[in-house]
Ligand binder design. Sequence first.
Ligand code: C2E
Ligand code: CA
Ligand code: CA
Ligand code: CA
Length: 278
Amino acid sequence: AKASGKNCFVLYEPEMTASAEYRFKVEQCLREAVELQQLNLVYQPKVDLTTGAVAGFEALCRWSHSQLGPISPIEFIPIAEQIGVIKPLTAWVLTCACRQAAHWNQISDADISLAVNISPSHFLDSDLVGLVSGVLQETGLPPYLLELEVTEALVQTDQLNLVTFGSLKAMGVKVAIDDFGTGYSSFASLSHLHVDSLKIDKYFVDDMLNDTKVKKLVGSMIEMGHSLDCKVIAEGIELRDQLEILQTFGCDGAQGYLFSRPVEEDQVPDLLQKATLF
Ligand code: C2E
Ligand code: CA
Ligand code: CA
Ligand code: CA
């Protein structure tokens, strides 16, 4: 019994320790990467579904560590929130991306918008207003070309926390509800918030082709968005069939590998020169 007890212990402990150690290492490296600004940004175009022209870009954060290798934002953003570095991380993303977008607008005749993802906790923090206005001033990007994407978690919060939202809107910055349909936003709260756009989550875009109920649902989501005076953007379009359905439904914009994967900043001017990405 003693031997098996010991075996169990021996088999168990190194694993637990290894995962705890790995996690600790990731946290340490992430803290350092944010401080030393060792993260990268890639940009995915948002396409106008009536013309196929690039309407703007969404900045997406990338992190590749020399020892740990590339780590997905799906993994490191929640860690950044937990260890308290999401604010400096977002400040860096905003500054870099707005600087780029100001440049794109100099080389393009069209208005090119920029979308930046903001964690719900940060969105409700009054610091965000000062950060955004500072970055816009510093980079010269007009406020109406910046769109902040925040998930539906925002919509569930009570009105007191929405002072930030009001100040951002007053500044002229746009707000989009990201991953729309996966959270619990109600018609009532959405109609109070006056968001500028709704982004339909890839989950629905994927299922739309095999499930007629989901297809109808997507149609209704687009209609609902329009009745709230929102633009509706679909994410994760990979197939031409999906594009055609969304166009029939009157969806305003889309993103997805069908048009372009997220690209490095030096590939953006090429995309801007194309008349259409269809
Ligand atoms: P999201 O905001 O919903 O972004 C869309 C994700 O889908 C991105 O993944 C994008 O690369 C991917 N995607 C776009 N088109 C397609 C497609 O056609 N097919 C497939 N399979 N995927 C597609 P990514 O870049 O890995 O980002 C994952 C999530 O991490 C984002 O989801 C966002 O919630 C978060 N994130 C990324 N960058 C930032 C950031 O700077 N700040 C914050 N707070 N969150 C970020
Ligand atoms: Ca311009
Ligand atoms: Ca997003
Ligand atoms: Ca999504």
